[in-house]
Design a protein around this ligand. Structure first.
Ligand SMILES: Nc1ncnc2c1ncn2[C@@H]1O[C@H](COP(=O)(O)OP(=O)(O)O)[C@@H](O)[C@H]1O
Ligand SMILES: [Mg+2]
Length: 243
């Protein structure tokens, strides 16, 4: 049965999109059928990260939400096979319409269900916008597992209670707390303890701050450029925890 995995964080820039992209590539490399949906229509990332292989009339999740296309039209199959991406939006038209008129929120989970069936998916990964907004709440509501990406920073950890409340509200019991961008010099056990106290759950993975990722400047997804790096083992650990 397909599993829906949602990535969430209360603050921006914690590494949700990067983590989702790397998780997706690793799962597809294991032979699973995976779709990565960019549910962050405010600040999309997924299509840029994967390049733009082109889709039917440039359709996106936002176009589907405003009734301009079917969700299946927004799917971009990647050449590697078994991996599909759904971009959040192309251009401003659909998001302007959403800002002005809103949309039927039920379409989100209906669309996710249709993707699972149409693409015969094993895993549907949902990348979300930071904090609490309609798409994020619906993505958490529909999730079988939640990956919460945080830095061990007081500002990030201050939002932990909101993430926990969101997960609790929708009965999302399978959770992975990921502490990302941990500097080499940081005392690891202190950071883990702080995160575990804030989230009330064991930390699944501690991911280092990796200068090689900054050096890539977004030109490639990390696992493709550095398949043997220890960070990749961290992403694998997250996949194992949520599947
Ligand atoms: N472990 C890491 N080490 C170094 N840079 C990272 C790491 N994880 C993510 N980044 C970088 O941090 C920035 C923000 O990541 P992103 O995935 O876009 O965050 P979010 O989706 O949560 O806003 C990106 O430039 C990304 O390459
Ligand atoms: Mg993002």
């Amino acid at each position: 049965m397909a599993r829906i995995v949602t990535l969430h964080s209360c603050r921006g820039g914690t590494g949700k999109s990067s983590t989702a992209a790397n998780m997706a590539l690793l799962l597809a490399a294991e032979g699973r059928r995976v779709a990565l949906v960019d549910a962050d229509i405010r600040s999309p990332a997924v299509e840029t990260m994967f390049g733009s292989p082109g889709g039917r009339d440039g359709c996106s999740l936002a176009d589907y939400l405003v009734g301009r296309c079917e969700i299946e039209d927004a799917v971009r199959p990647l050449a590697s096979g078994g991996l599909f991406i759904v971009p959040a939006r192309t251009g401003m038209t659909a998001i302007n319409e959403i800002s002005a008129n809103g949309y039927d929120v039920g379409l989100l989970n209906e669309g996710f269900g249709r993707l699972i069936a149409a693409l015969d998916l094993d895993v549907l990964l949902l990348d979300t916008h930071t904090g609490i907004n309609t798409e994020t709440v619906m993505a958490v509501a529909g999730a079988d597992a939640l990956v919460i990406v945080t830095r061990a920073d007081r500002l990030d950890l201050a939002g932990a209670a909101e993430s926990v409340a969101l997960a609790d509200r929708f009965g999302c019991v399978r959770r992975a707390v990921v502490v990302n961008m941990v500097p080499d010099a940081a005392p690891r056990s202190d950071l883990v303890l702080r995160a575990e106290t804030a989230y009330g759950t064991p930390v699944t993975a501690v991911l280092p701050y990796v200068p090689e990722m900054a050096e890539l400047a977004g030109e490639q997804i990390f696992v493709s450029a550095h398949p043997g790096h220890s960070l990749v083992a961290g992403y694998q650990k997250i996949n194992s925890a949520v599947l």
